[in-house]
Write a protein that binds this ligand. Sequence first.
Ligand code: GDP
Ligand code: MG
Length: 439
Amino acid sequence: LTSGLESAWNKLKGEEVLTKENIVEPMRDIRRALLEADVSLPVVRRFVQSVSDQAVGVGLVRGVKPDQQLVKIVHDELVKLMGGEVSELVFAKSAPTVILLAGLQGVGKTTVCAKLANYLKKQGKSCMLIAGDVYRPAAIDQLVILGEQVGVPVYTEGTDVKPSEIARKGLSEAKKKNIDVVIVDTAGRLQIDKGMMDELKDVKLILNPTEVLLVVDAMTGQEAAALVTTFNLEIGITGAILTKLDGDSRGGAALSVKEVSGKPIKLVGRGERMEDLEPFYPNRMAGRILGMGDVLSFVEKAQEVMRQEDAEELQKKIMSANFDFNDFLKQTRAVAKMGSMTRVIGMIPGMAKVTPGQVREAEKNLKIMEAMIEVMTPEEREKPELLAESPERRKRVAQASGKTEHQVSQLVAQLFQMRVRMKNLMGVMEGGSIPSLSN
Ligand code: GDP
Ligand code: MG
């Protein structure tokens, strides 16, 4: 998916703004990339529509290129698609919390039982596993071994006991032992069948679980989303756990589950080790899919710092060579706000030659400059020439702000230098001489 999207951004290189016309090709690439990632068609359609609508209407942010802007829109839409916020596990008001795991055979249920216990144990919760897969003795042994591995007790019965009966006995055992969380493993089938569903319904009825989580294999793509939907309709689930994400390079399942089934992915498995289970963060997943973390944080910063109105106004000022102390303050503050985002600096017109060291210096000097600009009259702020021409005015500003006259002179000179630099950048060359300060 990542590589598929790359050609979408590349098609916008050299464009000035996003338009209805120039996003046609990139959107086609995005659509193709999503379909190749095995995201279901209706989801792809809605996604592409939503991104297109936003892209055309989007406001310009100074220094942000259209391809970067599109990356950001796609990212935010991916996050939304995957449910937005991380969906936390819910715990029962009075212990034990019961988590019932369901899913087809081989998707990683038994592994998840132990991984989840391991994960919750680290949060200080006591756990117990219940072996509810009675069809293969090996399944019980597997859970016992994994339980030992993570140091969590496993409740077992013989293979001749009904799963719902095991669940009932196991739960009362957990209550006796004051266990915080009970995790119940169940039997899967190769395909959905009535026997499995009925059994799950029975077990669910006995346990009244806080969480019913469907374990699905990420490598099955949009099939995973369909399964979550079916299980939800049949037995009612609270969410999904996506396993084997380490083997899935396409991302289709992660993208489709929430949108198709309405149920969130709560956890993801990224490997066979007991540590390889983590909450599902839509934000991080989107970042991973796009593989463009730096572009995203750049666009965010730039948006935050430079709202369109400000930027346009500033642009006009620069064009008309009326850049004054008010703008000076605005721009210097914006630079300071961005802090270590030195990459950004190179993209702001007029700041093109500022090095990281100079940015830090600018931050340090901002306070001093602010103090001086604050005591200027509104007239002086708008017409820096007044200060350039009058030593008396500079003296007054120096005294009122507690700075030296030399510092005030420097500030005034700096402003005129900035005017010139900006005009040069805008290609407006005439009338850009730096007035010398009269003494
Ligand atoms: P169950 O039939 O649903 O209980 O599935 P199991 O827990 O027995 O897992 C089936 C196989 O998938 C085992 O070999 C696991 O080690 C493997 N497995 C489970 N989760 C993951 C995962 O997140 N990544 C990888 N690579 N393998 C996994
Ligand atoms: Mg199993």
